[in-house]
Structures are given as structure tokens and as C-alpha cells.
Design a binder for this molecule. Sequence first.
Ligand code: BG6
Length: 491
Amino acid sequence: MDGLQFAKEPAPFVITIFGATGDLTRKKLIPALFSLFLKGNASQFKVIGFARRPWTKESFQKEALSMLSGSHFSHIPEGQKKAFLEKLDYVSSTFDDAAGYARLAELVKPWEGKLFYLSTPPDEYEPIIRNLGGVGLNKVDSGWSRVIVEKPFGRDLATAKELNEILSSQFEEHQIYRIDHYLGKETVQNILVLRFGNGIFEPLWNSRYIDNIQITVAESIGVGTRGNYYEKSGTLRDMVQNHIFQLMTLLLMEPPNDLSPDTVRTEKVKVLKSLRPITYKDIKNYTVRGQYAAGVVDGKPVQGYLQEEGVAKDSKTETFVALQVHVDTWRWEGVPIFIRTGKGLGRKVSEVAVTFKQPPLQVFRNQATDGGQNQLVLHIQPEEGFTFHINAKIPGYTTQVRPVNMDFAYGDAFGESTPEAYERLILDALVGDSTLYTRRDEIEASWSFITRILQGWALDTDPLPQYRAGSAGPEEAKALPASIDQKWRKL
Ligand code: BG6
């Protein structure tokens, strides 16, 4: 287990994708594997698609070619695509048919490394895990066997624990890779480098100097064709329990002694375990839910959530969540963390804004302008980089103060595009580095906090606040930062 710092060189491997006919395979997995192949990070390997659809090796290869048709790969010579496609094979089987796994075992047994990627609806996880165990693919005499499990990982604490039990009945914890694609994003990993690779931020990174932290993950798209899935999920489960909590733990964790998977993840778990619970009596003060109504996004009229396909006409599923959370630790006592995320908002943007306290004595307070509080904004996407808002004197004979920006943009500094999250994460799983994957106690600690909110909401009979698609979310969300005389950063 090397940790974050080492170069990657996977041994010859076979990756089996359960749910190979699905959207994730098309949009992310096959493109990521092709990129690894092009960059020379994978040369001796095989990809096996495993799904119900009666495809053959040839039809899977043909489909995979269409998965590589994006502009990203348009300049790649056909010969290289062909060389990649030749590594693909396919097993057509239901997920509970032992015979399908016997065929799979024949194909994968000769390979040193075996990676099983669960990219199916979660109901299929149990039969897949048990059948892999049934044909002995969970254990290896030499080499390794690992399993990547996609989200959703449970829908509350009880179901997440159940899934962990099923997994641990067949695999050891070190073989289990619970994926969260936010951890594969360069700008998310950069949070650790910013905090612990620089001498200037960490001394300020605590309740003495930080006033509050805002985490925003806004999306302009609605639920589109995913109405059925979303009805069972909602934004709290879909975005907060996983992606946003990953951002939050990296922002709030204590410095790790080293970068090994367990050291880093142990520090992250401590943050989750220190979250002050939000129970029913607090939900009105600390949480706001909303649902998008018809509106205009990017100049085009869009329908409301209740009109989307697969959505119940009286649905109370939230498409927006804002939270105020507190982490009861020595470092963070009294620093509110504001979280907001939703669909159908005015813009797609993910960012973190760290607002610093005013200087102890505000000598410029009575000037016409005083600049306001310093803010460090980490841009996660689509812009990648950060901006430091500091105050400066406006040139002239009077002493007026105005905020100016110090900017760092990835593109300008490094001049190359950042790799896709799935590339990095798959490569990490291939070399046995689980730092950027979620450990069992981590997932259970985050569900423990989220489940209390879900239980509180279940008792709340008030109608859900609506917000116009294309806006910044429901008006009610303003109350959270207003409680400390703050505002959300403009979307
Ligand atoms: C997924 C959610 O996990 O993350 C989606 O299920 C969401 O609803 C997506 O749109 C956001 O990911 P990204 O990388 O586009 O921010």
C-alpha cells in the first residue's frame, strides 16, 4: 500500500465490468481505460464486459468503438483504437446465474491481477459478490483480486452496513474499493497539497482565523432521464453523503503523518465522527430542502422536477439541499460549514469559499469602503484553481480599501488538461492504492450523520420550498448564512 506519492505501474490485469452495457461504462469506464492504454499505463490487460444483454465479443467491441467517438479521441489513429478493442471480451449472463461466473472464471483465471467493477444497479451487488465468491474469484493463490463498488453505497446507515457485511463475507477490507469520483478530481486532491504542502495556510486553518466555510456544488441540468433513480435518492443521498463529504473531510481533517491510505483515511473519519448531529428538532434551523420548478436555464425554458419523466406528481424528493454543519473539535469549534448543492440552478460550478475573520482591530472600518473579509476560493470545476481575495489601498490621496484578487489557474500554470477522475481512480485500484477510496468506517460514519437528517425530514410535513430553475435555489436557504450575518457567494 504505497499511498498518494508513488508512480504507478500495474501488473498485467483483467478488469471485469459488471453492467458493461450501462451509461457509466459508455461515458466513463471505457474512455478511462482507453486513456490509460494510450498513456502507456496499461499495456498487458484484458477488459471483460459482463451483462445481461445478448452481446458478443464482436458487438461489445463495436459498441466500445462508439464509446470512443467523442472529440477527446478524434485525433487518435484508428490503429490504436483497434489495438485497444482487441483486448475486449464479453460474457452474456444474468447476475445470478452461476454458469455465467464459471465462464468468467475461465477467462480471468490466467491473469495476475483481477479487478471486478460493480457498475450495476445496487440490487445486483449481492448476487455478484456472492457468485464471485462461489467460483473462488475473491481469493487468489498468487497475484491479487479486488472489487470496485460504485455508488449508491446503501441508502441509509442500515443498508450501507448490510452491503458492507455482504462484501466482507467474500472479500477482505483491503480488497474492497468504494469509489467516489470526486476524489479522482485533480482539484480535490489539490486541497491536501494546498493545506499541507505550504507553510502559510495551515497556521491560519482553524477557528482563530477562519470565520466560516462554504461548499457549493451547483448543477444547471435537471434530473433528465434519471427521474426514477432520483426519486429513490434525492440530493442529500446523491451528492452530500458522498461527494460533498469528501470535499469537507479533506478541508477539515488534521494533518496526516504520512500519505498512506490508512493514515489519510483515519484523519478523514475523525472529522465525520465529530459532526454535530442534526436531529428532528434542529432540521428547520440547520437544513433547507427545495425542488426546482419550471424556469429558464442557459436561455432555454425547462420544466419543473414534478413534470420530469419518472417523477411522482406529489413527490417530496429534494433537488436542492443547504446545510449548516458544525464539527465539534478543538480546531473547528464555532466555525459553521455551509453546504449547498442542487440541480436546475443557474450555473454548473463547484467551489469552496473559506472566509477569514476580520483583523482584531479594524482601523480602516470608517473609510468609505473597507474591503470586507479575506476569502480564499478554491475552484473545483469548471474553472480549476484558486483565488485569494485580499484588501488593498485604492491609489490616491485618501485611504480607501478595496478587495483585489490573487489568482492561480491550473491551465495557465501547467498548460495541460487534467486527467479524468476515473483514469486516476482505476489506476490506483490496479496498483493497490486505496487512499482515494472510501473505507468502511468512513462510509458508515457519513451515513450515520445523513440518516438522522433523513429521519428528521421524514417527520416534517411542511410543503417543500420551490425554486425557479435557473435561479440560485430557494429563498429559504439564505437564512443559513444570514444567521451569522453572512451571505452565500454569488453563483
Ligand atoms: C453523480 C450524481 O454522482 O455526480 C449526479 O449521481 C451528479 O447526479 C454527478 O450530476 C456530478 O458529478 P460531476 O463530476 O459532474 O460534478
